[in-house]
Design a protein around this ligand. Structure first.
Ligand SMILES: Nc1ncnc2c1ncn2[C@@H]1O[C@H](COP(=O)(O)OP(=O)(O)OP(=O)(O)O)[C@@H](O)[C@H]1O
Ligand SMILES: [Mg+2]
Length: 581
């Protein structure tokens, strides 16, 4: 039930509305009971002896219906409003929370799963927050009103009816438990379904190329089938409740009928009182039916809320220290001091070990090594996508773990092999790191990135939308936009992870020229398979199995017999010859 109170906590800011909603519910209950009390007048005062005062009773009846209607309208409107707002808050909070998680968090979860938490789990809570909560309060108030009226009419008859209540509690509780556990399962399967769908859709080209449409379709259907079965189990439990309640209600009504007939015969009860009694007893069926689902609905909401809170309680491994200071703009050095690193899921497998080197401000540092040597892992430490396991990374002799993330990341521009562009205009994509940049600044960055010319050829120019992940552009064009973005960000530290690897020689030349513009006056860490970029680096760090095998410049390393760099260089020359042939 902890989740319940926590969820309720989110409604705190809307106390005023909630109070109004409860007031509307009281009005609704008063109207409902009012109608029943008029039933007595109809029988005893209008129908049975002889018709008198018909207009008065009819008008009162209309008034009671109007009061009930107004109460119904406002209570459901206000409760839904509060529910929607609570859910919007929760969803925003969840999305932001997920976004600030570390890279390790994202590598163990798929985007489909995360999207499912943000959408399905939250909407599950929404149903409960507005509908169930409204029913819970409104129907129980009404029920209490009806019960009080029953006692007023005839206490012994009322006792007879109320005696059946304990009969219904047990099945309610049991079915509620079942609904909660099954709902959790259902949400997990829903999550899996979203994951399978998003994987298939984002990879649609590969799916088609490998003729796997039917296979992916079957995979999706299999998960859907499981979800269907689980949902039907929930439905079975939820559908069993109303008939069960109705039957127990029937027992009570039958008993009352028998008992009341006797009382009327003895003249203790008027027919009007009995009609009102029976009407009230039958009217109680509606609220009881709704209330019987309230527990189940609540259990559903709690199951979904649990999953949301689990996510909200996950805290990023990469944390800002309390009282962390802003990092001053880079002055002199970026130093790796005896750095070791292992990914969290394989804590015994060190990907990096004893890595020590220093980059001076303005230098170009090239990282070379075979695939899997740890180059990407190494540069991911600079913006703290991951934290070092041992040793330290220091910028101007300040440990990066001691400064704020925003000030650290604000000094780093990143261009990777897979550059993520957003489904927005070209101008907005270039300005992603500097949202307030002027059009002139955006165009200047595009010029420096050798992107201006192709942008003008695209229909719509800078205002052209480029599709999800920039699908409407070529790989080289995307790369140049990413470079323009990095140029505009104007950060003192630049990280280039195979920024040119996917390009042909012609566009690579354009991108290379763009990169030269970008690297000017910045401290650059560059990973490149083509060693031409590396040749002019101020410092070459050759990694082998996560260790620094060699440190030096091209000239100092190229002639070392059996050296890593010399070997890579020889391979590279062979590659280039093959390309020419
Ligand atoms: N998120 C991760 N979780 C666990 N292990 C990882 C993760 N990312 C990379 N690795 C492992 O770390 C090692 C180094 O990977 P890394 O990406 O740093 O290599 P790289 O030098 O950049 O290679 P490439 O030239 O192919 O890009 C690899 O053995 C890889 O399996
Ligand atoms: Mg890599």
């Amino acid at each position: 039930m902890n989740e319940f109170w926590r969820l309720l906590g989110y409604a705190k800011p809307f106390r005023g509305r909630l109070a109004l909603a409860v007031l509307a519910m009281l009005v609704y209950a008063a109207g409902s009971v009012g109608i029943m009390s008029i039933v007595k007048d109809i029988f005893d005062g209008v129908l049975i002896p002889k018709p008198t005062n018909v207009n008065g009773v009819a008008l009162t009846l209309l008034g009671a219906f109007a009061i009930k209607g107004i109460g119904a309208y406002f209570s459901s409107y206000l409760m839904t409003e509060v529910g929607q707002r609570v859910v919007m808050d929760l969803r925003n909070r969840l999305f932001r929370h997920i976004l600030i998680q570390s890279a390790a968090f994202f590598s163990t979860r798929t985007s489909g799963q995360l999207i499912s938490r943000i959408t399905n789990d939250v909407s599950q809570v929404q149903t409960a927050a507005s509908e169930t909560a409204a029913d819970m309060v409104r129907e129980s108030v009404t029920l209490v009103g009806y019960a009080a009226f029953l006692f007023y009419l005839d206490a012994s008859l009322a006792v007879l009816c109320v005696a059946t209540v304990p009969l219904v509690v047990y099945p309610l509780v049991r079915l509620g438990q079942r609904v909660r556990s099954t709902t959790r399962l259902s949400q997990e399967q829903q999550e899996h379904l979203t994951h399978v769908a998003s994987e298939g859709l984002t990879g649609h080209r590969i799916v088609k190329a490998f003729r796997a449409e039917a296979r992916e379709g079957a995979r999706f259907a299999a998960v859907g089938e499981k979800l269907y079965r689980t949902n039907m189990r929930i439905t079975a439990a939820m559908s069993a409740l109303p008939p069960l309640m109705e039957f127990i209600g029937g027992i009570a009504a039958a008993g009352a009928l028998w008992y009341a007939a006797e009382k009327i015969r003895l003249g203790v009860l008027t027919p009007g009182e009995f009609a009102a009694f029976l009407g009230t007893a039958f009217s109680m069926y509606g609220p009881i039916k709704k209330l019987s689902r309230v527990n189940a609905g609540l259990q559903q909401a709690i199951a979904a809320a649990q999953r949301i809170f689990e996510m909200l309680d996950t805290h990023s491994e990469v944390k800002e220290r309390p009282g962390a200071k802003a990092l001053a703009p880079l002055q002199s050095t970026v130093e790796f001091r005896d750095v070791a690193f292992a990914y969290d899921d394989t804590p015994d497998k060190y990907i990096l070990r004893h890595v020590s080197f220093t980059a001076r401000a303005g230098q170009v540092v090239a990282l070379v090594g075979l695939s899997g040597a740890g180059k990407t892992t190494l540069v991911n430490l600079i913006p703290r996508f991951y934290d070092v396991t041992e040793g330290a990374l220091l910028i101007d002799d300040v440990d990066v773990r001691d400064v704020t993330l925003a000030s650290l990341r604000g000094q780093i521009a990143l261009v990777t092999q897979e550059n993520v562009l957003f489904d927005d205009t070209i101008a907005a994509n270039i300005a992603y790191g500097a949202p307030h940049a002027s059009r002139a600044a955006i165009e200047a960055a595009a010029q420096a990135a050798h992107a201006h010319d192709f942008i003008l050829e695209v229909e719509g120019g800078y205002e052209a939308r480029i599709g999800e992940r920039g699908q409407r552009l070529s790989g080289g064009q995307r790369q140049r936009l990413a470079i323009a973005r990095a140029i505009l960000t104007n950060a003192p530290i630049l990280v280039l992870d195979e920024a040119t690897s996917a390009l042909d020689s012609e566009s690579e030349q354009a991108v290379q020229a763009a990169l030269v513009n970008l690297m000017r006056d910045r401290t650059t860490f560059v990973i490149a398979h083509r060693l031409s970029t590396v040749r002019h680096a101020d410092l070459i760090v050759a990694l082998e199995d996560g260790q620094v095998a060699e440190l030096g410049t091209h000239d100092s390393l190229i002639d070392r017999a059996g050296g890593v760099y010399a070997r890579l260089h020889a391979l590279q020359i062979m590659d280039e010859r093959e390309e020419i042939l």
